[in-house]
Ligand binder design. Structure first.
Ligand code: FES
Length: 128
Protein backbone atom coordinates (compact mmCIF):
# COMPACT_ATOMS: atom_id res chain seq x y z
CA UNK A 1 0.00 0.00 0.00
CA UNK A 2 1.29 3.42 -0.85
CA UNK A 3 1.54 6.21 1.68
CA UNK A 4 -1.24 8.39 0.29
CA UNK A 5 -3.06 5.70 -1.66
CA UNK A 6 -1.77 6.91 -5.02
CA UNK A 7 0.04 4.41 -7.18
CA UNK A 8 3.55 5.29 -8.30
CA UNK A 9 3.92 4.85 -12.04
CA UNK A 10 7.16 4.41 -13.93
CA UNK A 11 6.74 5.63 -17.50
CA UNK A 12 9.54 4.44 -19.75
CA UNK A 13 10.18 6.11 -23.10
CA UNK A 14 10.41 3.19 -25.50
CA UNK A 15 11.64 5.26 -28.45
CA UNK A 16 14.79 6.60 -26.80
CA UNK A 17 18.02 5.99 -28.70
CA UNK A 18 21.35 6.73 -27.09
CA UNK A 19 24.09 8.44 -29.03
CA UNK A 20 25.56 6.01 -31.54
CA UNK A 21 22.51 3.73 -31.55
CA UNK A 22 22.06 4.00 -35.32
CA UNK A 23 25.60 2.78 -35.93
CA UNK A 24 25.06 -0.37 -33.86
CA UNK A 25 22.64 -1.84 -36.39
CA UNK A 26 20.25 -2.73 -33.57
CA UNK A 27 16.60 -3.04 -34.53
CA UNK A 28 15.27 -2.52 -31.02
CA UNK A 29 15.63 0.94 -29.51
CA UNK A 30 17.57 1.44 -26.28
CA UNK A 31 14.34 2.67 -24.71
CA UNK A 32 12.46 -0.49 -25.63
CA UNK A 33 15.25 -2.61 -24.14
CA UNK A 34 15.17 -0.56 -20.94
CA UNK A 35 11.35 -0.76 -20.81
CA UNK A 36 11.50 -4.53 -20.94
CA UNK A 37 14.10 -4.65 -18.19
CA UNK A 38 12.09 -2.27 -15.99
CA UNK A 39 8.91 -4.30 -16.56
CA UNK A 40 10.73 -7.44 -15.46
CA UNK A 41 12.32 -5.76 -12.44
CA UNK A 42 8.94 -4.39 -11.35
CA UNK A 43 7.27 -7.80 -11.18
CA UNK A 44 5.78 -8.21 -7.71
CA UNK A 45 6.89 -4.75 -6.60
CA UNK A 46 4.73 -1.86 -5.35
CA UNK A 47 4.93 0.17 -8.58
CA UNK A 48 3.24 0.16 -11.98
CA UNK A 49 5.02 0.42 -15.33
CA UNK A 50 3.84 1.73 -18.67
CA UNK A 51 5.53 2.75 -21.90
CA UNK A 52 5.26 5.92 -23.90
CA UNK A 53 6.84 7.21 -27.08
CA UNK A 54 9.01 10.26 -26.38
CA UNK A 55 9.17 12.28 -23.18
CA UNK A 56 10.84 15.12 -25.13
CA UNK A 57 14.21 14.56 -23.54
CA UNK A 58 15.74 12.75 -26.50
CA UNK A 59 19.17 14.36 -26.07
CA UNK A 60 19.63 12.67 -22.70
CA UNK A 61 18.22 9.22 -23.42
CA UNK A 62 17.19 6.84 -21.99
CA UNK A 63 14.43 8.66 -20.16
CA UNK A 64 11.94 7.61 -17.52
CA UNK A 65 9.26 9.52 -15.58
CA UNK A 66 8.22 8.60 -12.03
CA UNK A 67 4.82 9.97 -11.03
CA UNK A 68 2.05 9.62 -8.49
CA UNK A 69 -0.96 11.82 -7.84
CA UNK A 70 -0.36 14.34 -5.07
CA UNK A 71 3.41 13.77 -4.94
CA UNK A 72 6.58 15.21 -6.39
CA UNK A 73 7.12 13.77 -9.86
CA UNK A 74 10.47 13.28 -11.56
CA UNK A 75 12.12 12.77 -14.89
CA UNK A 76 15.30 10.74 -14.75
CA UNK A 77 17.48 10.12 -17.76
CA UNK A 78 20.87 9.34 -19.28
CA UNK A 79 20.36 5.65 -18.54
CA UNK A 80 21.98 2.83 -20.39
CA UNK A 81 19.55 -0.05 -21.00
CA UNK A 82 21.04 -2.35 -18.38
CA UNK A 83 19.72 -4.63 -15.68
CA UNK A 84 21.49 -2.51 -13.08
CA UNK A 85 19.75 0.67 -14.29
CA UNK A 86 16.35 -1.02 -14.39
CA UNK A 87 16.78 -2.38 -10.87
CA UNK A 88 17.83 1.02 -9.55
CA UNK A 89 14.87 2.73 -11.19
CA UNK A 90 12.41 0.26 -9.68
CA UNK A 91 14.09 0.36 -6.26
CA UNK A 92 13.95 4.16 -6.22
CA UNK A 93 10.36 4.27 -7.51
CA UNK A 94 9.27 1.93 -4.74
CA UNK A 95 10.76 4.34 -2.20
CA UNK A 96 8.84 7.13 -3.98
CA UNK A 97 5.70 5.03 -3.50
CA UNK A 98 6.39 4.66 0.20
CA UNK A 99 7.07 8.37 0.68
CA UNK A 100 4.25 10.69 1.69
CA UNK A 101 5.54 13.50 -0.54
CA UNK A 102 7.41 11.53 -3.18
CA UNK A 103 10.73 12.82 -1.88
CA UNK A 104 13.27 10.11 -1.13
CA UNK A 105 16.20 10.89 1.20
CA UNK A 106 19.45 10.98 -0.78
CA UNK A 107 21.07 8.44 1.51
CA UNK A 108 18.45 5.91 0.34
CA UNK A 109 18.99 6.43 -3.38
CA UNK A 110 20.27 3.39 -5.26
CA UNK A 111 23.67 4.10 -6.82
CA UNK A 112 22.19 3.45 -10.27
CA UNK A 113 19.96 6.57 -10.16
CA UNK A 114 22.49 9.01 -8.71
CA UNK A 115 23.36 11.69 -11.25
CA UNK A 116 20.37 10.80 -13.43
CA UNK A 117 17.77 13.27 -12.21
CA UNK A 118 16.68 15.75 -14.88
CA UNK A 119 13.50 17.44 -13.62
CA UNK A 120 11.26 17.53 -10.57
CA UNK A 121 7.66 18.67 -10.73
CA UNK A 122 5.65 19.72 -7.68
CA UNK A 123 2.23 18.15 -7.37
CA UNK A 124 -0.67 20.04 -8.85
CA UNK A 125 -2.75 22.04 -6.38
CA UNK A 126 -5.94 20.38 -5.23
CA UNK A 127 -8.92 22.32 -6.57
CA UNK A 128 -12.62 21.96 -5.88
S1 FES B 1 12.63 9.48 -27.80
FE1 FES B 1 12.77 9.21 -25.63
S2 FES B 1 12.57 11.25 -24.91
FE2 FES B 1 12.33 11.47 -27.06
Amino acid sequence: MTSNGAKTWITVCDTCKRQGWAETGAEVTDGAVLAGLVESAAQGRDVAVRRTSCLMGCDHACNVAVQAAGKLCYTIGRFEPTQEAAQGIVDWAEKHAASETGQVPYREWPVAVKGHFVTRHPPLPVTE
